[in-house]
Design a protein around this ligand. Structure first.
Ligand SMILES: CC(C)(COP(=O)(O)OP(=O)(O)OC[C@H]1O[C@@H](n2cnc3c(N)ncnc32)[C@H](O)[C@@H]1OP(=O)(O)O)[C@@H](O)C(=O)NCCC(=O)NCCS
Length: 157
């Protein structure tokens, strides 16, 4: 079984600051992409690229100096795609509990040297919790078809 999940932990640094003195949304999005990239490459054993990021909701701000923890795990695989759930947490360095600041699903596709999509190992959920997560990914995929249709006129060149 390939590695299914990965965690990043680090301190939010002054370079991550926005104009309001907290962590920039763009910095958080970069971390999400990076942890999901590491997760997708570990699962597929291939170079992988982001094909879709959806529904990022910033629930709470992250402050500079806080300990940031990102947890990424594969929750659904198609033929070439990997749907990865990412949760972002933050806490003051001496605090006992952490706060969830963001959650999103990000989809990666494994590609070869010519940028052709290649097959990935199948993730087969075993536990009730993992089966629920797989259903969640499939539900979002169905809803995304409607969103894609709505966005189509604005996406085409
Ligand atoms: C990823 C890429 C190679 C796929 O190209 P493609 O082979 O023509 O795409 P396909 O239509 O065959 O789709 C490949 C997979 O992506 C999935 N996919 C396509 N659009 C999707 C969307 N909107 N949401 C989720 N998954 C999507 C497909 O379902 C398919 O998965 P599956 O094989 O598991 O069923 C191509 O779209 C690409 O290069 N995109 C740019 C990626 C990139 O540069 N990312 C960094 C952004 S800066």
């Amino acid at each position: 079984m390939p590695q299914r999940q990965i965690k990043f932990s680090f301190l939010a640094e002054p370079v991550d600051v926005n104009f309001g003195g907290k962590v920039h949304g763009g910095a958080a999005m970069k971390w999400i992409d990076q942890v999901a990239y590491a997760c997708a490459c570990a699962w597929s054993g291939e170079y992988s690229i982001t094909v879709y990021v959806g529904g990022i909701r910033f629930l709470a701000p992250i402050k500079i100096g806080e300990l940031v923890e990102l947890e990424a795990k594969v929750i659904y695989t198609g033929k070439t795609s990997m749907h990865i759930a990412v949760d972002v947490y933050a806490k003051k360095i001496k605090a006992a509990t952490r706060t969830k600041t963001t959650h999103c699903i990000i989809v990666f596709v494994a590609v070869d040297h010519d940028n052709n999509a290649v097959e990935v190992p199948k993730w087969i959920p075993q536990t009730a919790a993992d089966k629920t997560l797989e259903k969640y990914a499939i539900n979002l995929m169905e809803r995304r078809k409607e969103i894609d249709q709505t966005m189509k006129p604005f996406i085409e060149n």
